[in-house]
Design a protein. Structure first.
Length: 245
């Protein structure tokens, strides 16, 4: 027997070599067997405990998410309605929210060519204003009307229109961009006429129906949609006035 280098090996050396190779092979097979057993054990444990562990993890995630949602709801508070704006009143004076500090404004968005909805809401708003003034004579309740139709609603037309509802109504309008900013700040949707409709001047405006109530710093208190009747609005506003929130 010869090694590649040409050196002769006796039988004793060859036996030692064979024994060493056998031990190395056995150790390698033993290690592979051990790894295989461990792998099957892991798979078995996952089969037994996997669903429970997965459910536990899901529950923890849901708790964290729920906690985040609750925390988020608690910190948000009231809806972000309002902000700074500039319009022109029917008295010809530029108006901002600061002009109404100290009073409690009640505000409605609409347009003078509205055939049905606006008259109903403005009439309801007028009655609400009178009832609140009677109940709280020391508070200055100011009824406001904001036009969503700057293309047709002039200050003169708004003044004439509002005179049919309440003598203290103050109307406001502005440029198209000012009206857009005002409506956007108060989450009011309104449609715009097409170029042809604008030229012809015969169109209707689809808009949100809502009566807004603000405090003495013109901060948003509450909004009342068309589903609220006169009594419910008065009751809701009275509650806010008495409780402070």
């Amino acid at each position: 027997l010869r090694w590649k280098g040409g050196t002769s090996w006796d039988k004793e050396e060859m036996a030692k070599y064979e024994e060493k190779k056998k031990d190395e092979k056995e150790k390698k097979e033993e290690a592979e067997d051990r790894e295989t057993v461990l792998r099957w054990i892991q798979l078995g444990l996952m089969g037994i405990f996997g669903p429970a562990a997965g459910y536990y993890f899901y529950q923890q995630v849901q708790k964290e998410r729920s906690g985040y949602r609750v925390s988020e709801m608690r910190t948000v508070g009231k809806a972000a309605v309002g902000g700074n704006w500039t319009m022109v009143g029917t008295d010809g004076i530029p108006r901002t929210r600061a002009d109404f500090y100290g009073s409690f404004p009640i505000m409605y968005f609409g347009f003078t060519h509205c055939p049905e909805i606006c008259p109903v809401e403005l009439n309801r708003m007028s009655k609400v204003t009178d009832r609140l003034r009677a109940a709280f004579p020391s508070i200055n309740f100011v009824p406001l009307f904001v036009s969503c139709d700057p293309g047709r609603d002039s200050l003169k037309e708004i003044t004439s229109y509002l005179s049919e509802f309440h003598p203290d109504f103050l109307g406001m309008v502005g440029t198209p961009s000012q009206v857009e900013q005002m409506c956007k700040a108060h989450r009011i949707y309104y449609s715009s006429p097409s170029p042809l409709e604008e030229v012809e001047g015969d169109y209707l405006i689809d808009h949100s129906i809502a009566i807004y109530f603000f405090n003495h710093e013109f901060d948003f208190i509450e909004v009342y949609g068309s589903r609220f009747n006169e009594d419910e609005i008065v009751e809701g506003m009275t509650k806010h006035l008495l409780t402070g929130h």
